[in-house]
Ligand binder design. Structure first.
Ligand code: BT5
Length: 242
């Protein structure tokens, strides 16, 4: 598999031509006490998004899950989603595709709402520390636009460099090289959500207003008619420029 050849990472890397889900594979590794492991697959047969949604995972995409060492505060988990989104955005840009971040976990083609990539962070806590933390990345790299779901696009469809090994290498290097203190400012630099009027469906109801900032570990600050709301999770829709 082209993606497998010569990838260098500060973690052990395992490659599979095909897996149900790299996140699930990483989870199985975690159960045997492994950590600091990157699991990469050439395609997935059961790729997952958030909230029981599916992630279409045809050959040519990049499907990678990073199993991080235990012990971090569970409350910090969302910052790894932001860091992964920054890493994927920069990898897209290095491949010649103008990508931007939509809160919380989408990477879009700039000037459109078409999705290039998504991030799925999962964890389990023991009291307030993570027992395992998995950051899963799905990116449409060398995938023809026609094989993707509606609203999706790919590096290939956008005319970028389709070398998956190079793409994956850049994601890993950027993610690893991002100083935790630098994640929020890097995210702000690439985000398209800030300065928009958004509607966020949260577990506690709908929040609508101008997205004004991001707060550690990854909460969106929304200025509503009733004052500022700090939104920790949800699905975000961009309505219009503020
Ligand atoms: C995500 O979920 O965006 C997270 C996707 C994470 C996938 C990676 S692949 C490696 C690792 N192993 C896994 O099993 N998962 C991770 P969410 O925000 O819930 O978005 C899901 C929605 O995106 C779907 O309901 C579709 O509308 C859309 N979608 C599905 N497949 C897509 C694709 N390939 N490209 C763009 N959009 C897609």
């Amino acid at each position: 598999d082209a993606i497998a050849y010569g990838l260098e990472a500060p973690y052990a890397v395992e490659f599979h031509d095909r897996l149900p889900s790299t996140n699930d594979q990483a989870r199985e590794r975690a159960a045997t006490g492994v950590s600091d492991r990157l699991v990469v697959a050439g395609e997935q047969t059961g790729g997952r998004g958030r909230l029981d949604r599916t992630w279409d995972s045809p050959p040519g995409g990049v499907y990678a899950s990073l199993l991080l060492a235990p012990g971090r505060p569970t409350a910090h988990a969302p910052v790894f989603t932001l860091a992964a989104a920054v890493a994927v955005t920069r990898a897209c840009r290095a491949a010649g595709v103008d990508a931007v971040i939509k809160w919380p976990n989408d990477v879009l083609l700039a000037g459109s709402e078409r999705k290039l990539a998504g991030v799925l962070t999962e964890m389990e806590g023991e009291s307030d520390r993570v027992a395992w933390l998995i950051v899963g990345i799905g990116a449409n790299v060398d995938v023809a636009g026609a094989t993707l779901p509606e609203g999706a696009t790919s590096v290939r469809a956008a005319g970028g460099d389709t070398d998956r090994r190079r793409f994956c290498q850049r994601v890993v290097e950027t993610f690893h090289g991002l100083d935790p203190d630098a994640v929020l400012s890097a995210w702000r630099e690439h985000a398209v959500t800030l300065g928009r009027v958004v509607r966020v469906e949260t577990p506690g109801g709908t929040v609508e207003g101008e997205a004004v900032d991001i707060e550690f570990p990854g909460a969106l600050v929304v200025r509503t008619d009733d004052g500022e709301r700090v939104v920790h999770a949800g699905d975000c829709e961009h309505l219009r420029p503020a």
